[in-house]
Design a protein around this ligand. Sequence first.
Ligand SMILES: [Zn+2]
Length: 303
Amino acid sequence: RVVRRHRRCRKTRYRQARFNNRKRADGWLAPSLKHRVETTLTWVNRLISSCPITDISMELVRFDTQKLQNPEISGVEYQQGVLLGYELREYLLTKWQHQCAYCGGQNIPLEIEHIQPKSQGGSDRVSNLAIACHKCHQKKGSQALEQFLEKKPEILKRLLVQAKAPLKNAAAVNSTRWALFNSLKLTGLPIEIGTGGLTKYNRTVQGLPKTHWLDAACVGKSTPTRLKIKTHQPLLITCFGRGGRQKAAPNKRLPIRHNPLKPIKGWLTGDIAKHKTHGIGRITLRSRGSFVLTKPDKTQFSV
Ligand SMILES: [Zn+2]
């Protein structure tokens, strides 16, 4: 034992350093993000195998933050071109959580508002823009922010913080979207990418209501000028777990239970099974060997 221990910590000059030699591969994703990419890919492959699909349109970004932030957008630039305006509007709506920055009003028409008014030298930079309802917008007019919110210091404080903060989840979305794009390329189909602003523009031009599945139909430049929507009910997909991986389930200190190795009698949690009397349902494993069958209407049977 002594010899072994010494061998393991002996310093010899040609030996490579063995500490700190674990690193994550390039393109590593957290399991929660990886699952998003993989689930999407699974369904893309399933649809390809059963439908005559020739192209993929992917919404690569909700908003083109680079377009919004890198070149400081001046007034003329973002008034030119309908798309850029859409991009900016979408970004601002999400940033201000679809509510008036001053009164918190929701589900009302919202306008883009200059925090420091243009008449007082305020710029058209994104950090100087907020979302306000018509009433607040008119009421504020060309007053400075400090003057307008003189009697509401807590709103003033929150507003100044929120104006400067960029959208948080942009980084997480950034990493998954390229991973998804690269794995979609492996399907061999031509991929077209579009932005969220373009999607909204396409949807509005068609006069379609705001839903995720109609948005999906409007992604990219390939969207036809008239979309024929033949259904009112899209295919809704929900992910369920396939059972845990924990082998020893502890209380605070000690293992109190050992979970059996999967599969049990050839079954895994999440398998779809057909029972003689109860019909089709989802299986949940039990180590005792009698499983739980959950029907689509959530009723459960021991089978
Ligand atoms: Zn308001």
